[in-house]
Write a protein that binds this ligand. Structure first.
Ligand code: TMP
Ligand code: ZN
Length: 406
């Protein structure tokens, strides 16, 4: 199964096949699963620009609907992270006479609310209505649309060029990335920067984080592929900086060509990617083999524990949970429920596997013997919060980078 690269038109060979999958963030109601939508989750790399991408693509209006359930403010660590980023921009880039910052996919305003408090001109671009309303309540100005090359000139006409453009966990979600980059080229001030952070291919491969592959992650970026994409659309990659958030992300900085010096980090990371063989099909094929082993080990462990009468609950229902449970064939027979702190997910089901999502109290009011940690990227925060679970003998099951009990 091959397809055409969304960035350069090259050939994308499918290397990782995670089978039929529903939408990661669908969260159907219990009575609403009769005609669930499935697509085949296959990921591959472009032969010419090395961009890793989904072969099959779902229209974005279906993904980012009005009730899109992901709230970026849902974790204290994430709130701190985005407040830190806002402060950094306020201190370094937004210091001119009347600076202007644009955030693509501003979600519930976790970053821009801090900019708004500082009285700096800003615009959030957020097509999902419920989260956009939440950010408005925090004083954030929002354009309820998708960003692309047609929105950029309108924003430019109304507000002028952007000193900073930002996106977090959204740029790799946009299958019309080529159009976004054309829009950025247009809207970015001559000395402005476009900063975005997304899960990093190097970490995904190193940790065999196959659950980070789902319908919303149209791409998994590498420094090499972003450098090529930037150049293709008249921009320049001037910095790349790893960040442990979301289980391993990279923060990229693009600028107009020649406007900013290129940091040493870019060259260092490119060299590291070469030694990691990140640009080779074989690397993805080996990844697929390791994902199959995790699947076999995990389902084997859960069946074994279940057979011994152990009670197992899931912890955290990020979209990753949809990939793991559907790929491994984990249903409510093995994991009767998953607890999650997001109100809009509670009372719903994980798409495809139909495991019910309940509030955290379902976990803490009656501890199970084992907790399968789907939100493994928040392990530290969650394990600290649920310390009394471990103190009473409860054990955590992790599956990335391999299946183990802690
Ligand atoms: P994320 O990995 O995409 O940030 O999603 C994390 C999910 O885990 C989200 O649905 C909220 C949930 N969660 C909890 O239920 N409890 C917690 O303590 C944390 C940090 C997250
Ligand atoms: Zn390509």
């Amino acid at each position: 199964m091959d397809s055409t690269c969304r960035i350069c038109g090259g050939i994308v060979k499918g290397s990782i096949d995670l089978g039929p999958q529903p939408r990661g963030n669908a969260f159907p109601r219990p009575g609403d699963v009769a005609d669930e939508f499935f697509y085949r989750l296959v990921v591959g790399m472009c032969d010419s620009c090395t961009m890793v991408q989904l072969l099959d693509d779902i229209p974005q209006e279906i993904r980012y609907h009005d009730a899109y359930p992901y709230h970026a403010s849902g974790s204290a660590v994430h709130r701190g992270h985005f407040e830190g980023i806002a402060q950094h921009f306020l201190d370094t880039e937004l210091t001119g006479p009347d600076p202007f910052i644009v955030e693509i996919g501003s979600n519930d305003g976790v970053m821009l609310s801090k900019i708004a408090q500082a009285g700096v001109r800003h615009l959030g671009i957020e097509p999902s209505r419920e989260v956009a309303e939440m950010s408005k309540a925090k004083g954030v100005r929002v354009l309820p649309e998708f960003f692309d090359e047609s929105t950029a000139p309108r924003i430019l006409a109304e507000h002028g060029p952007a000193d900073v453009m930002f996106g977090a966990n959204v740029i790799a979600h946009i299958s019309h990335l080529a159009s976004v980059l054309r829009g950025v080229k247009r809207l970015l001030a001559p000395t402005g920067i476009f900063v975005f952070e997304e899960p990093y291919l190097g970490d995904v491969v190193e940790q065999t984080a196959f659950d980070l592959l789902y319908d919303e992650h149209s791409f998994v970026f590498s420094v090499r592929a972003i450098q090529a994409a930037a150049e293709r659309f008249g921009l320049e990659l001037v910095d790349a900086e790893p960040d442990p958030i979301h289980g391993g992300s990279m923060r990229y900085t693009l600028a107009q060509p020649g406007a900013r010096p290129v940091s040493r980090g870019v060259g260092d990371l490119l060299a590291r990617e070469d030694s990691q063989r990140l640009g080779e099909h074989a690397t993805l094929e080996e990844f697929a083999g390791r994902a199959r082993r995790i699947r076999d080990d995990l389902i084997g462990l859960l069946r074994d524990l279940h057979g011994k009468g152990m009670r197992i609950a899931g912890y955290g229902a990020p979209a990753k949970t949809t990939t793991v449970t559907n790929y491994c064939g984990i249903g409510p027979d093995l994991v009767p429920f998953i607890c999650d702190s997001t109100p809009s997910k509670q009372g719903r089901l994980i798409a495809g596997s139909h495991i019910p999502v309940k509030p955290p109290a379902a976990f803490s009011d009656d501890y199970p013997d084992y907790a399968l940690l789907f939100a493994w990227n928040h392990a530290e925060e969650i394990m600290a919060k649920e310390r009394s679970f471990s103190e009473r003998g409860g054990r955590w099951i992790l599956y990335v980078p391999d299946v183990r009990i802690v």
